[in-house]
Design a protein. Structure first.
Length: 219
């Protein structure tokens, strides 16, 4: 499926020395990422409220931040392809790194907000509800993120984009986050051990760490 997407949406996909081809790869990765992450955000937010799990809701907003990242990356690829001018004699390629910094601040803001919410959930725990819909959405999310990992990794390596390669690593990390969130929900519901807030703290710290790494790479 990855090869099919490339063949359909990237003209002259083998001409990797052409800047326009590189931009087409970047646009494809960004648009597919936005679509996938918005779908995941919507599904997880729904089952998060359905189950009352702050960890799932935090995870959903992690996907929303990923969608915002894809939007910023799309904007960066479009601008980086502009030709050199008098004010930018070496072109606009470094805009890609500036968008990376903006992305890092967005991720950090979301991480701090859910860290606060998760701590509040630890102090004031509430019962959770579990359903097959919730489990299905989380398991489906894991498979989608696994596909996105291979998708990003292939395109990132092909055009040598650190931004897209970083997105592949983030997708791999999201798999672990969602898996831990699913396990914590099962433990909380069936073993009557309230760990949702603690897992929410863990997810929030991971989001903050991801934002730090993005900022470091961009700098």
């Amino acid at each position: 499926m990855i090869s099919l997407l490339i063949r359909l949406f990237v003209k002259e996909y083998n001409n990797l020395d052409d800047t326009k081809v590189r931009i087409q790869y970047g646009k494809l990765a960004s648009i597919v990422g936005m679509i996938c992450n918005v779908v995941l955000f919507s599904g997880k937010l729904f089952v998060g409220f359905l189950s009352g799990s702050i960890a799932i809701i935090s995870d959903s907003f992690n996907n929303l931040s990923d969608a915002a990242t894809c939007f910023i990356n799309l904007f960066g690829f479009l601008l980086s392809g502009k030709p050199a001018d008098r004010d930018h004699p070496f072109g606009h390629g470094r805009i890609e790194y500036i968008t990376g910094l903006i992305m890092a601040f967005l991720i950090g803001a979301i991480g701090f907000e859910f860290l606060r919410t998760s701590i509040d959930r630890i102090i004031h725990p509430s019962p959770l509800a579990f359903s097959l819909i919730t489990a299905g959405v989380l398991i489906g999310s894991i498979f989608i993120k696994a596909w996105m990992f291979f998708f990003y990794h292939r395109i990132g390596k092909r055009i040598g984009s650190q931004t897209i390669i970083a997105a592949s690593v983030d997708s791999y990390s999201d798999i672990a986050i969602t898996l831990v969130t699913l396990i914590s929900l099962i433990i909380s519901v069936y073993l009557k051990i309230t760990i949702d807030g603690y897992v929410g703290v863990g997810v929030s710290l991971f989001v903050l760490y991801a934002g730090f790494n993005v900022a470091k790479d961009a700098l």
